[in-house]
Structure formats: C-alpha cells, structure tokens
Design a protein around this ligand. Sequence first.
Ligand SMILES: [Zn+2]
Length: 325
Amino acid sequence: MSRLRSRPALTAIGLLALAGVSVPAPAGATTLTCSSSTPVSQRPVIHAGDGGTCVALAERLLKQAFFYDGPTTGYWNGDAVDGMSRFQQSYRLLRRDGSVPTASWQVLEKVNAPFDQFKCGNASSNKVLLVFDDTPTSTTSYRALIDAARDGGYGIGVAPNGSVVRAGLADVAAARARGLLVVDHAYDHYDLTTLSSDKIRWEITQPDIGSNYLRPPYGSTNSTVLSIMAQQGKRNCLWDIDPRDWARSSLPLEVPDFRISPREAADYIIRNARGGSSVVVHMQHMGTNASLLRYIDLGLRDRGLSLCKKWGRATNANMPNAYCI
Ligand SMILES: [Zn+2]
C-alpha cells in the first residue's frame, strides 16, 4: 500500500481511536493481540492498517529506537509504517516495506536490549566494531578511512573531539551519510573526572558532533560524569579490546615491545577480538592506513567473524542502543 493512499484514512482512524471512539477496522485489517512477554516467534505479522496491542508494542519499540516519534495509537499507520521501513533499510533486513514479520520483531527486540557500555552499540554475536578516536592526520586521511568503510560496506565508528570537527579535520555529516557510527569524544581531550560539573556539561554538549553516543577521553568517568551524561541522554561508549595503536607515539620508540605499527595493531585485533567486541583505535594511528579495514575483515573471517556492516541508510545524532546487529 503506498504511503499517499494509506496515510489520510489511517490518520483519521488513529484520531478516532485517541478520542475513545470505537471504529471498525479498515477492510483487510486485523486486530493483533500480543505483549512484550509474548515470544517473538509467536508474535503475528503486522501489516499496514492492522490494529491492537501488538501494534502498540511495535510502535513503542520503534519509538525507543528513534525510528518513530508519534503517539502510541494501536494502529499501524503511515508514520509507523514509514519508520519501520527506514528501520528495515538501516539494518539491511530483507523485508523493507514497513510490515513487521518475525525477522523484524527479532531485530526490534535486539536493538532495544539494554546498552552495554563495553560494546558501544555492537549487539551482534559475530561482528567486531572498530571505533576510531581523536584526530585525523589530514582531511585526506579521514576521507580515505570513511570511503574505505563505505566501499567495503564496513560499519565503523568515528569518535573525533568536537574541537577537531570545528577545525574542519573530521566531517561528521560525511560519516553519517556513509552509514557510519559517529561518537562524541567531548570537545577537548580532558579527563572529564578532573573537571567541574559545569565544565563537564559544557564539554559534552557542544553542537559540533551532537551524538547520543559519547566516549569520554581515556574512558575515564566517575559518578558525577556518568550522572551528567545520563542527564544529557548520552550512552557511555567504551571498548573491550585495545590494540594500543597509540603506544608507538606516546612511548619511546627504542622500547621494542611498544613499537606498535598500524599493521601490528590490526593483527592484534584479528587475533583477539570476539563477536560483539568494541575496539578502540585512533584516526591518527591505525586510521592512517585505510586498507587495513579490508585486511582486518578478511582476517576475522578466518575466525568466523567479520567487521560490523554499515547502515543501509544515513545514521544520525539519535542512535538506538544497537548500531551493529
Ligand atoms: Zn581519545
């Protein structure tokens, strides 16, 4: 059913339903009953025009994932159908028409599972999320990295500091247009636990990145930082794998154990990452060699893993609990 034909009639039904008026279901529509405790495999398929508690549940789940911002009407109407279609495109589901088959129910639940700070939005069991922090060495190397992700279909994250974005070194819109995850890394690179509450709030609310995913510099937080982040709706985006790609520049090169090259960091990831891992790397270190994305993906495939997939649509500032499924 096309959006233009379906929207006016269903909106009218939605208004009547909100007013408490009992209305007959549209022709071909069904009243579907289920709840959040109904196993996903037993939930009915929702089609445009259907109504009932199952539809209300799908509306709520879609809203929590930021793909629908209307009221819970209990009718699968134009805006919910459109939102579901964008959801299905984003997560590259086979069915993308805004109906809700079992596979879409499964992903809706997965995307709404509680956020795990050490996974940074990687809700998959067999994929690895790389998030590149800090500062590209040039606009060219940044572009090479996000283009390599787009061309390979890899869903990586970039976490520049706001000051880096303001200086024109990292283009947030370009990363989002490529379906990549953009993570706020505060405006400067201070340890937030050393700052006053006012300064912490300032550091994480500058408009340059505006993501609801935030990686505090050094991964450093305390209860004050976490509470201000929660007030601002920011998810704490950490990691469970650290190949220390930074060690080369911050420790003496004559210390052999710390002479980490981008390739060695990539090899570390291939050997150590697990399904669902979030890996911290840096745009100014491993991120200078964009060809390593493909190298890592191929290496992971030998272990039955792969890099995350980029979204099938542009990402945005209000990201659900799961970026990678
Ligand atoms: Zn950093």
